[in-house]
Design a binder for this molecule. Structure first.
Ligand code: GLC
Ligand code: GLC
Length: 650
């Protein structure tokens, strides 16, 4: 959009920068700078326009974008232009991701480079490496307390090693995802160090206060993220003699985005990793980016505008790079992180589908799909050209973030229902074989979250210990049921490393004093590669899980209707144990797949008439995409096996 004042200022800035934009490769950069500039200017002025140094700051921002443009390699620029021509590229069903800790998977980056074949074997072509930036040697919240945003921690290797991994992945047509921890730094970061030494410039990078006056006002409405290990949201810093805001752990200092210098530094960090070859950046804890006294300081409108501004800036220099929103918040709030629409007010291209994840765990525990069906129906549609990241487990705990209205609508009492779920996953509920651990218990609210690996939560750990063949079969079925859901629902499925081998809880973290207090480590495994060989031994748990997931991945990739063009309808069904949705091809809607899942331990009937009242589906001629066989068919219904699912094609 052309607007005189902002463009006059841009022209002035470009002349002052004295950079030569005459090479042909700078043309696309200049086009994008012009196209996005009015939006950048408007947002930047709304945040920082009151400052006397506003123009200087804006010039610095343009300079950072230009500098990073010059540093962007030819091949990455080429890939930007290719993606620009096919903006739907990441909505394809071809993408299948895996998240992993580099050291848990392969010791370090060099080791990981030698294990890239494993991804190919399984069909994974998007790899999310958990944070690897320089961080303190002791507590670092699993790498989420960063002490240098532009350095790889020596435990993992070097930037060169990372680039070698990126190169290898790209050569295979795979994508690299990396974290950018936007909300806070470690207290060992140079900025924090300088703040501690009294440098006002760097104290302004954080929320720093002389006394409790403002902190107390904030505390009235702020929540606690880690109530057990890090109660309160401010930490007294002895060397500074001041209070600093620390919403997460007390060693994680919240960055202050009311300061334009912070914003510009973080744009630089984003572009730095984009230039090192990251295709996708996972923006950590985005709901927390803006703080305001009198509010919970999550999901504030300003946090969204900061993301819009980051997106605008990233699009100018590295338009092929995508953002993932990590916003584990209420269902109606998550969806807002995609932004206003796919062009204007764009925020993130991808978002963690924490809603679907938590609902799947509800269905497993209750063995019914009432809350799952109800909640999905109350969700607004997401914008075009955005996609979900669908997952079952990740490195974090599972929060029971359902909407209370939905819980009530299906006839439960919210508090009692959450208590049931916690009991269930702790293995305390009669008949439950889950082996989870309570995480983040909050004395004041009674809230608890859940730690534990997929295999332990689903009952595989208990079944293996009891050598109970039937229970093992059942746990495998349930695992595959969950994976079948995230592979077909629409969005990029993100496997969590170890799930494909049935990796159970690992209590060794208790021996490490730095980790012992944080039981999320119970589900952050080190892969036992010798044991992983079991995947080739017919009949083992590893073999059954690995092969079945591998097969599902290959079928997903071959099924166009599984691409994500918001081409899904959740169907009504009177049987409360079943979950049904249809996926249809975007261009040819008559080509559709019917996904049917049964979350109960008994088989259930699906009546054709009920479905044909909603959509046309040719039950007479259907078959399952995975087995290529017909389900058990009767005149008016078909049978869905206990904890089973079908991907039916007609
Ligand atoms: C994100 C991470 C989580 C971390 C938190 C604070 O939510 O996923 O592991 O504890 O941010 O950085
Ligand atoms: C909270 C945050 C989320 C983070 C989690 C870590 O739920 O909202 O971002 O992953 O804590 O436990």
């Amino acid at each position: 959009m052309y607007e005189q004042k902002s463009h006059a200022l841009l022209n002035k800035i470009l002349i002052e920068l004295k950079q030569d934009f005459n090479d042909t490769e700078s043309q696309p950069f200049l086009t994008r700078l012009g196209a996005n500039f009015y939006s950048v200017y408007q947002l930047f002025i709304s945040f920082y326009g009151h400052r006397p140094d506003f123009e200087k700051q804006l010039k610095q921002l343009v300079s950072v974008m230009a500098q990073n443009h010059y540093e962007r390699s030819k091949s990455l620029r080429k890939s930007d232009l290719k993606r620009e021509q096919d903006p739907d590229w990441f909505l394809s069903q071809q993408w299948v991701g895996m998240a992993l800790y580099t050291d848990g998977f392969a010791e370090d980056l060099k080791g990981l480079n030698k294990r890239v074949d494993y991804f190919e074997e399984l069909g994974v072509n998007l790899v999310h490496l958990m944070p690897m930036m320089k961080c303190p040697e002791d507590a670092s919240d699993g790498g989420y307390a960063v002490s240098d945003f532009c350095e790889i921690d020596k435990r993992f290797g070097t930037i060169k090693d990372l680039q070698a991994v990126a190169k290898k992945l790209h050569k295979n047509g795979s994508l690299l995802t990396m974290d950018v921890v936007l909300n806070h730094t470690s207290d060992e970061h140079e900025w924090a160090r300088k703040a501690q030494q009294g440098e006002e410039k760097y104290q302004d990078y954080y929320y720093v206060y002389n006394d409790r006056d403002i902190p107390d006002q904030f505390e009235e409405s702020l929540l606690e993220i880690f109530p057990e290990n890090a109660p309160g949201n401010f930490t007294w810093d002895e060397s500074m003699g001041k209070w600093v805001m620390t919403v997460f752990n007390n060693y994680q200092w919240d960055l202050n985005y009311t300061n334009p210098a912070v914003f510009i530094e973080m744009v630089n960090v984003i572009l730095f990793w984009a230039n090192k070859g990251a295709d996708i950046l996972r923006l950590d804890a985005v709901a927390f980016l803006w703080k305001k006294i009198g509010s919970v300081s999550q999901n504030l409108e300003e946090a969204h505008q900061i993301l819009q501004l980051l997106k605008d800036c990233c699009q100018i220099t590295a338009p092929g790079v995508l953002f993932i929103a990590e916003a584990i918040v209420a269902p109606n709030e998550i969806i807002r992180y995609f932004g206003g629409d796919s062009v204007a007010e764009k925020e993130c291209d991808i978002a963690y589908n924490a809603t679907f994840m938590a609902l799947l765990w509800d269905a497993v525990a209750t063995k019914n799909t009432r809350l799952l069906n109800q909640s999905l129906k109350s969700l607004p549609a997401k914008p075009d050209q955005t996609t979900w990241l669908n997952y079952v487990r990740c490195h974090d705990d599972i929060g029971l973030g359902y909407d209370d209205k939905d819980i009530t609508a299906v006839g439960y009492e919210p508090k009692a229902h959450r208590e049931f779920l916690i009991d269930y996953y702790m293995g305390k509920f009669v008949g439950s074989t889950a082996r989870g651990l309570p995480f983040g218990y909050n004395e004041k609210t009674g809230d608890t979250r859940i730690s534990g690996s997929l295999a332990s939560l689903i009952g595989l750990e208990a079944a293996l210990l009891a050598e109970d063949k039937e229970a093992i079969d059942n746990a495998i079925k349930k695992t595959l049921l969950l994976y079948a859901m995230i592979l077909s629902y629409g969005g990029i499925p993100l496997l969590y490393y170890g799930d494909e081998l049935g990796t159970i809880n690992d209590s060794s973290y208790l021996q490490d004093p730095v980790k012992a207090e944080d039981n999320r480590w119970v589900h952050r495994p080190s892969i036992d590669w010798e044991n992983a060989e079991q995947r080739y031994v017919s009949g083992t748990v590893e073999n059954r899980l690995f092969n079945a997931i591998k097969k599902m991945i290959s079928v997903r990739k071959a099924t166009q209707a599984f691409a994500d063009f918001n081409n899904r309808d959740v169907l009504n069904v009177s049987n409360p144990n079943l979950f049904l949705f249809t996926r249809y091809e975007y261009q040819t809607p008559e080509v559709s797949i019917l996904v049917v899942a049964n979350f109960d331990d008994s088989p259930h009937h699906l009546y054709y008439e009920e479905i044909n009242n909603q959509i046309y589906f040719d039950f007479a001629n259907n078959k399952d995409l995975i087995t290529q066989e017909k389900p058990e068919m009767h005149e008016t219904y078909m049978v869905i096996p206990a904890n089973g699912f079908y991907w039916l094609e007609q």
